[in-house]
Design a protein around this ligand. Structure first.
Ligand code: GLU
Length: 415
């Protein structure tokens, strides 16, 4: 069965299948066996619906894409501040396996370069590497909503060729960033890179981050909102190796790539996307994956910082009736909508007037907007004008202003 979203994804694959160039990674012998023509994409909404095209269920190793999710697991376990004592936040401007330790703190620059990822893996809960390995596999599986397997050939192959990673781990141990033993951390880290996923898995994993850490398929809260937000933030600044700055300008979505040919991207509160195509560019990003996500972002205006259309007025009507004045609002009330309501209220605010805010067509009030409206009601009370909200569906959450007041309501007492 076709649907408009999958059709759009299929068309995108077709457009980008002619994009050539790039090399399949071969520094780990097993990776060289990937079929360069494999090409798949999947999108999962935060409501859990899935759309796919091409080789969306072909397995490949997750590689560096895992780093963002393991960072979320570590932050979820210890809190951001504890993790921040050992791993920094800044793009390194160097290749993923660079020796990049901050001079004063000895922290690796960020959790998405190898040095930082190895330290992050060592922060996953568990007594010893076997327990930590299991925790990482369980965590990644929870993000994907199914039991993910490890590719043992890739694992062994990476252990054999992993001297540079061991060297990085020794440096982080020397600088004090790495807790525990080098070999233990490497075992957990390399194991995590050898986990097999599909483009569809990556899309669900991305959708879980986009959904505040709750897997939209299984309903499991895999990590808390703070951890999901931290992972998305670091993906936005450091996710695409030494191409992260240009990526943010051109695509404008948090993303993470891996040398297996996978890329995960997410649009907060909307969806996750997974793309798979093994040939890599010089920075180590999937050539067709980058081309596809660039085209998708351009065509559907997905850039997070794109200028949205002019704010529409949330005031549906403003009229006098027997009891005073009724201002009917509609849609979602964010800061810029509330600012317009404040202006309307201040224009109306006259001595002794009662203004009713009809919220029956309001879908949601953002915290800042509610506090702004409540503070305005407080101000107008000073000139003996009463503002009271009719809130039949309970969108008002009784958030307090700096002076301690809440937006008065006639119906619905908040949720
Ligand atoms: N396991 C790989 C390594 O550490 C991950 C590389 C990557 O995907 O960037 O060499």
């Amino acid at each position: 069965v076709s649907d408009p979203v999958s059709d759009a994804l299929a068309q995108l694959l077709e457009e980008t299948s002619s994009v050539s160039g790039g090399e399949v990674a071969d520094y780990i012998p097993e990776l060289a066996n990937a079929d360069p023509d494999d090409h798949g994409i999947a999108l999962v909404s935060v409501l859990g619906r899935t759309y796919t095209a091409g080789d969306a269920s072909t397995p490949f190793t997750i590689q560096s894409v895992s780093k963002a999710f393991v960072y979320a697991l570590a932050v979820d376990e210890h809190g951001l501040e504890v993790v921040a004592e050992r791993v920094g936040f800044e793009p390194s401007g160097e290749s993923y396996n660079a020796i990049s330790l901050e001079e004063d703190s000895g922290r690796p620059a960020n959790p998405l370069i190898n040095a930082g990822a190895i330290v992050t893996s060592a922060l996953v809960p568990g007594d010893g590497p076997a327990a930590q390995r299991a925790a990482v596999e369980a965590g990644l599986s929870a993000f994907a909503g199914r039991d993910l397997a490890v590719n043992d050939e890739v694992f062994r192959s990476e252990v054999e060729t992993g001297d540079r990673n061991r060297a990085l781990a020794y440096l982080t141990k020397w600088s004090g960033a790495l807790p525990g033993e080098v070999d233990d951390a490497i075992e957990v880290y390399v194991r995590q890179c050898s986990v097999m996923v599909t483009a569809e898995d990556l899309a669900i994993m991305g959708a879980t981050l986009a959904n505040g850490g709750r897997n939209p398929r299984t309903g499991e809260q895999v990590v808390g909102e703070e951890a999901a937000q931290a992972a998305l933030s670091i993906m936005a600044t450091c996710g695409m190796y030494d191409h992260s700055g240009e990526w943010m300008v051109r695509v404008g979505l948090p993303a993470k790539s891996g040398v297996g040919g996978g890329i995960v991207a997410a649009q907060p509160a909307q969806f996750g996307i997974g793309v798979y195509s093994p040939p890599l560019d010089e920075q180590g990003n999937s050539v067709r994956g980058v081309a596809g996500l660039e085209a998708l972002s351009r065509e559907f205006r997905l850039h997070l910082l794109a200028h949205p259309d002019e704010p529409r007025s949330p005031v549906e009507s403003s009229r006098s009736d027997d009891d005073g004045h009724v201002v009917a609002l509609r849609g979602e009330i964010d800061f810029i909508a509330a600012e317009q309501v404040v202006h309307e209220l201040e224009t109306l605010g006259a001595d002794g007037l009662t203004i009713r805010l009809d919220l029956s067509a309001v879908t949601r009030i953002r915290p800042a907007a509610e506090r702004l409206l409540a503070a305005t009601a407080e101000d107008l009370a000073g000139s003996r004008c009463t503002v009271v909200a009719d809130d039949p569906s309970g969108v008002v959450e009784q958030r307090r202003t700096a002076r301690g007041g809440v937006l008065p309501t006639t119906t619905g007492s908040g949720r």
